[in-house]
Design a protein. Structure first.
Ligand SMILES: NC(=O)c1ccc[n+]([C@@H]2O[C@H](COP(=O)([O-])OP(=O)(O)OC[C@H]3O[C@@H](n4cnc5c(N)ncnc54)[C@H](O)[C@@H]3O)[C@@H](O)[C@H]2O)c1
Ligand SMILES: O=c1ccn([C@@H]2O[C@H](COP(=O)(O)OP(=O)(O)O[C@H]3O[C@H](CO)[C@@H](O)[C@H](O)[C@H]3O)[C@@H](O)[C@H]2O)c(=O)[nH]1
Length: 340
């Protein structure tokens, strides 16, 4: 059974990828410092090493101990406004983390890597939909640090024979269709999570940032991709690399845009109740529209998305956000599940 190191596997997307790896017959091993991830997001039986991916020795020893043949690198810091306020922390975590991972991989002889990149590397695209060879002009430290990490991986690929697939995700949303995992951090800022909170009565209204863009209804347009489809794209990328495929940098979206108001209507349909909203000025740094040219990931990786519909994304997100709270721990119960 092929073993795969998953950095950031206790987070939102990484935990979904762990499930997809298990579903596809791979054996994941998670390395996560639990800075934003949660131990309970790692399924029972999956080894969890708690530590910093920037620690090359830890990466190498983990790869060797578990005889991993490839790595998926999700561990990062990713809140855009936070990256503007704390650029040094973002550059450190995203660049030093990728450096530590690469050093550890090269030391342990692991030369296949799937990397979490982002549409934020493009900044404000000149033309839509945006192709992978469009100019990369990130407009915040988050996007800049991810672009630098892509370049670092490219240099390691050339010098050390690493082959990689960098997936540039567009707007990731939704939750595991079987309800096994989803976004776990409180204080959501992403549109679909915010709208679900409003539908569930946890906030009074959704603030719509701008209705005067040059888009069909004036609100911002994004290419929302279901997190479970994103996870299977990672498995497809892994398979490509294990079969000796060449390095690739690919957009990961569906190639269709939805406006903020269309998202709110979809949440209303799923929830069966109105989602109040108020119009506010544009949010600084928001592009009017971001939509992927997403042919490459299908053609080159054979990716077949299964949940390619806004209604599906929204209903899975709503089901996850509205799930019953975990029962309180009884006195004497261990606070954390032990891991291998
Ligand atoms: N969520 C999105 O909309 C989105 C969009 C584009 C790209 N991405 C990328 O996807 C990846 C995963 O994002 P997510 O939404 O699952 O975020 P998340 O915060 O839920 O997950 C990140 C995980 O990495 C861990 N981590 C962070 N720094 C670490 C370090 N130095 N060492 C070890 N573990 C560390 C965290 O504890 C967490 O479990 C990130 O690389 C992010 O840049 C996310
Ligand atoms: O309360 C809200 C939240 C968002 N929006 C709008 O909804 C759209 C989507 O916003 P959001 O869900 O915050 O995502 P983005 O700002 O598009 O950024 C996401 O998608 C990028 C890739 O496209 C990733 O790089 C980022 O990490 C990720 O946060 C934008 O038009 C926002 O202006 C609102 O109107 N109200």
């Amino acid at each position: 059974m092929t073993r795969v190191l998953v950095t950031g596997g206790a987070g939102y997307i990484g935990s979904q990828a762990v499930l997809a790896l298990l579903d596809a017959g791979y054996q994941p091993v998670v390395l996560d410092d639990l800075s934003t991830g949660l131990r309970e997001a790692v399924p029972e039986g999956v080894p969890l090493v708690v530590g910093d991916v920037a620690d090359a020795n830890l990466v190498a020893s983990t790869l060797r101990a578990h005889r991993a043949e490839a790595a998926m690198h999700f561990a990062a810091s990713l809140v855009v406004p936070e990256s503007v306020a704390q650029p040094l922390a973002y550059w450190r975590n995203n660049l030093a983390g990728t450096l530590g991972l690469l050093e550890g991989c090269v030391a342990a002889g692991v030369r296949r890597l799937v990397f979490s990149s982002t549409a934020a590397v493009y900044g404000i695209p000149d033309t839509l939909p945006v192709r992978e060879d469009a100019p990369c002009r990130p407009i915040n430290p988050y996007g800049a640090s991810k672009l630098a990490a892509e370049r670092l991986i490219g240099d390691a690929a050339t010098a050390h024979g690493v082959s990689f697939v960098a997936l540039r995700y567009f707007n990731v949303a939704g939750a595991d269709p079987a309800g096994r995992t989803g976004r776990r951090r409180p204080g959501a800022t992403h549109l679909i999570a915010v709208a679900c909170d409003a539908a569930l009565g946890r906030r009074d209204a959704v603030t719509v940032y701008g209705d005067d863009y040059d888009t069909p209804d004036g609100t911002g347009v994004r290419d929302y991709v279901h997190v479970a489809d994103l996870a299977t794209a990672h498995v497809a990328a892994l398979r490509h690399l294990l079969e000796g495929g060449r390095s690739l940098t690919l957009n990961c979206g569906y190639g269709r845009g939805h406006s903020v108001l269309a998202v709110l209507r979809a949440v209303e349909r799923a929830a069966g109740r109105p989602v109040p909203h108020r119009i506010a000025p544009r949010r600084a740094g928001d592009p009017p529209a971001v939509i992927a040219v997403a042919d490459g990931v299908r053609q080159l990786l054979g990716w077949h998305p299964m949940h390619d519909s806004l209604d599906r994304i929204v209903s899975d997100a709503l089901a996850w956000e509205g799930r019953p709270a975990a029962p309180p721990l009884l006195p004497g119960q261990p606070a954390e599940r032990a891991h291998a």
